[in-house]
Design a protein. Structure first.
Length: 381
């Protein structure tokens, strides 16, 4: 058997976890001849003691069947605290199915014990090739996760830094449009409306990304309190009406004469309406119509946004609320977007205990109708 160390394997810290002293001895001899530094554990508890003592390893060879605990349990414990160490399952006859499951749960590979045989040149080439593949897999996975974390941190920092000035611009242009600082001539109003609309789009993109990162991290939540939904819908419609007017569209708001009280997160529900109305405006041509309706049906609030735009093809309905999905042809028509808006809308609606559905014949001019149903959850006196 060739005993020279393998390049890149010298001084690697390896832990073998197996209740068989013969297998541990065999692995120690095989690995130390290749330059590795080997520690042994005869059971799961011995391994946990090493972990608790702060011992770190480059590679762990783990027997799936241990006398004191399930190998899956030990693997789960390790992965909760360490994503850097390469773990390879050593399996006996008939354990391939279990080993495959373990790979799905965080192992980097598996080797059947009966296949650890000497090669033609006496070098156990297949065994060490499997180890090298597993080490490369873990290194690539760790590098990818680190890159994703860096990207997420960078984008989060960037969007937070951009959000505040965008908010200030929106506030300032709104004041100017309401002529609180003096009367505007038509050309001034036209330019300020353009700034306001473009900044609002930019602000929405920033918020969509920030919300998506919260969803992705499981940190998304809503704050419920009693709200008069007519006021909320009218306020959202006010902005939508301005945008529709700028595109030469007809905008209609239909609300009931009686108060509609419900427990909702007003900011989040406004975000939902703004997104749906904004989409309706984007996908509806000039002279098209947009209708926003608020209705109450016993203990349910029904909000709908209907347009006479390009419509949505039937085959797109199943993936409409998925991440990064955009209606085919939108980029060609110059319609901007991230493909995150409807995903966030769905999450907000479902967080309220509600549902959302879209209806469209997929025929230009027939448009699309989004319908939201929310439980009222009235406050008790």
């Amino acid at each position: 058997m060739v005993s020279k160390p393998l390049p890149g394997f010298t001084n690697r810290r390896v832990l073998t976890i197996d209740d068989s002293a013969i297998i541990r001895l065999f692995l120690r001899r095989l690995l130390t001849l290749r330059g590795a530094l080997v520690e042994e554990a005869a059971c799961g508890q011995d391994a946990l003691v090493l972990f608790a003592a702060g011992q770190q390893f480059d590679l762990i060879l783990l027997d799936l069947l241990l006398p004191d605990m399930d190998g899956f349990e030990l693997l789960q414990h390790l992965r909760e605290k360490d994503e850097h160490t390469t773990v390879i399952l050593l399996t006996g006859q008939g354990d391939v199915k279990s080993a495959t499951l373990a790979v799905r749960q965080g192992a980097d590979g598996y080797i059947a014990k009966q296949h650890i045989s000497i090669g033609e040149d006496g070098d156990y080439a297949e065994f060490f090739y499997a180890i090298e593949q597993a080490l490369a897999h873990r290194a690539a996975l760790v590098a990818y996760n680190q890159l994703e974390e860096i990207k997420a941190d960078f984008y989060s920092m960037l969007t937070h830094e951009l959000r505040n000035p965008a908010s200030t611009i929106l506030f300032a242009t709104q004041m100017l449009l309401e002529e609180e600082e003096g009367t505007l001539v038509p050309r001034q109003r036209e330019l300020i409306e353009m700034i306001h609309q473009l900044t609002n789009k930019f602000y929405t993109l920033i918020n969509n990304y920030l919300d998506f990162t919260k969803l992705d991290a499981g940190q998304f939540h809503i704050d419920l309190y009693e709200v008069e939904l007519r006021d909320l819908v009218e306020l959202s419609a006010k902005s939508g009406r301005q945008q529709a007017r700028a595109k030469g569209q007809h905008f209609t708001l239909e609300i009931p004469p009686e108060p509609v009280l419900a427990l909702v997160d007003a900011e989040r529900l406004t975000q939902v309406l703004d997104n749906l109305v904004g989409n309706a405006i984007k996908y509806t041509p000039a002279e098209g119509e947009i209708i926003v309706r608020l209705q109450q049906d016993y203990q349910t609030t029904i909000l709908s946004v209907q347009d006479t735009g390009v419509g949505i093809p039937p085959k797109e309905m199943e993936v409409l609320f998925t991440k990064y999905h955009r209606v085919p042809g939108a980029p060609k028509r110059g319609i901007q977007g991230t493909g995150l808006g409807l995903l966030i809308v769905k999450e907000i609606v479902e967080a309220h205990g509600g549902s959302i559905q879209a209806e469209s014949a997929g025929i230009p001019g027939k448009g699309t109708t989004f319908t939201i149903r929310l439980p009222l959850h009235p406050l008790k006196d």
